[in-house]
Design a protein around this ligand. Structure first.
Ligand SMILES: C[S@@+](CC[C@H](N)C(=O)[O-])C[C@H]1O[C@@H](n2cnc3c(N)ncnc32)[C@H](O)[C@@H]1O
Length: 281
């Protein structure tokens, strides 16, 4: 089968599930992953005959897309802040709003070097690895409760030549950090059960619920615990950064003020939603 004919088949098979633009993105990403061809080559080499092996791989991608599996899990990779990351079902797929949080941290720390940073709920390791690449010689610790996530995060650190200390910890219990930090950052689970119906199937049926959900009656459980920990573990003038639930910006801000944090600043993302918060002691 020719590449251009498979593309037509791919479009037709997915057209009742996804918009055309998204199908194009899936196709180009898949071809780049399998053949290392850029989109322009898809056009110039449209008459190329696909080998049996490639055709089998393409059909598998197509079948998994039909079941609404995220393309990042199918291909086993994604990009975050321009860096390559391995992903699988043990880790949340890194999101653009988390890139915005990174940008904020970088703006606030650019004058400093050798800062001690703690990332809580590291998942794929996207936050500490990017900070390792972008900050001036930071010393970074990252924790997660999930062994599966830590395995992926370690692979990602190797892939990106980043030096991070990874620790397995339940942050709701942990109180045994050996030293203090200049920066504590976390994108913890924050989606309430009541928000489940807003979540798309591809997320709900594929991404780890451990990374996403909290109970309706205590949605700030991680934020409260991490704020208490930060009061013990942040150095003088240390900063706390959170990615937050867009519906709970003011509650999160108020909680931090009540716990004695100063300069508690809420920030919106590109879509105007409250998405990040910064505070200091
Ligand atoms: C929203 S995900 C964030 C992942 C990654 N930092 C990112 O921004 O893409 C939350 C992470 O917190 C971890 N987590 C959940 N409960 C935890 C706990 N009690 N202690 C430590 N980590 C936990 C999950 O395994 C998951 O990796």
């Amino acid at each position: 089968m020719k590449l251009k004919d498979f593309r037509t088949y791919f479009n037709t098979e997915l057209s009742n599930k996804y918009p055309k633009k998204e199908i194009d993105t899936f196709f180009f990403r898949t071809i780049e992953h399998l053949l290392d061809w850029q989109p322009v080559t898809v056009f110039t080499k449209g008459d190329s005959i696909l080998t049996d092996n490639i055709l089998t791989d393409l059909k598998e991608v197509l079948n998994r897309l039909k079941k609404e599996e995220p393309i990042q899990y199918i291909l086993g990779e994604t990009e975050f802040y321009g860096y390559p990351f391995i992903v699988n079902k043990n880790v949340l797929i890194p999101r653009p709003e988390t890139e915005e949080l990174i940008t904020w941290i970088l703006e606030e720390t650019k004058e400093h070097e050798a800062l001690h940073v703690l990332d809580i709920g590291t998942g794929s390791g996207c936050i500490p690895i990017t900070l390792n690449k972008e900050m001036n010689a930071p010393i970074i610790t990252a924790v997660d409760i999930s062994e599966g996530a830590l395995l992926v995060a370690k692979q990602n650190a190797d892939k990106n030549n980043a030096t991070i200390t990874f620790l397995k910890k339940d942050i709701l219990q942990a109180n045994d950090f050996k030293h203090k930090f200049d920066i504590i950052v976390s994108n913890p689970p924050y989606v309430r059960e009541l928000e489940k119906e807003e979540i798309k199937n591809n997320v709900l049926n594929n991404e780890p619920h451990l990374a996403l959900f909290v109970e309706d009656n205590n949605p700030l459980i991680f934020y409260k615990r991490i704020a208490d920990l930060a009061k013990e573990q942040l150095k003088v003038n240390g900063l706390l950064f959170f990615e937050i639930n867009q519906y709970l910006g003011e509650e999160t801000q108020e909680m931090l003020v009540n716990k004695g944090f100063k300069n508690v600043i809420l920030k919106t993302d590109l879509f105007g939603n409250h998405r990040m918060i910064k505070a200091n002691l």
